[in-house]
Design a protein around this ligand. Sequence first.
Ligand SMILES: [Zn+2]
Length: 249
Amino acid sequence: MILRRFTKHVTDQNWFAVGLDVIVVIVGIFLGTQVTAQFEYNKERVQEKLYIERLHEDAVDAYEITNINTDYRQFHLDNLNEIMRTLNEENGRSDITNLECNSIYESHIYADPSVALPTITELFSSGRISYILDEAIKAKISEYQIALDASSDVTFEIQVGATIMSHQYPDVITMPMSLEGFSTIERIAVQGATTISCDYENVMSNKAFKNDMVANAHRLSAHVRRMRIETDLIAELHALIDANLGVTH
Ligand SMILES: [Zn+2]
């Protein structure tokens, strides 16, 4: 229709009408582009909200896991610090409780992997991270990913050379001959019970034991610090998501 009219105007040499036709076409194309762009924008905003809602679920789940694990390792680190105070004669004690002994036994265990949030992984792998227009959330996501990258480097360094104390010093640490008395996160953290025991006199006289225990404590300290950084970042991301979604807890 437009083409036929345009051809006629050219044939008639009606240049004013030709000019109008050209303007109509240009304006039409421009409006069409604008409508398409607006449609795409709206579609991405719907997607952004869905991603942020999924991120919220991820952050809640990840925090629950990492916070429990971090507190559990912190519990062992606190015990090791208390044992060092005992051995330094700073607290008037001359014993090592079974719970504290269990922390020596577990001082070589750093089996708490970093938690990658599935939605963040998907946002990066699909190239849709640009859908997230909330700059604060986007910056926190980047911060978390950088922390995870740094963790993968430091995790290996922490684990190398750790001493398995119960294996290296059987004259100091006595393990229960039953899984009933064995340590688990629930048994230690919730029930506060274990039957792993340490011979205090042997600890006092064994310099190699004390050196290896302190070296493991340093590793555990670095491990807890790494976990705490990740846990705090997840909590900060969660707070930003709550603000974006208008959620209060
Ligand atoms: Zn929330």
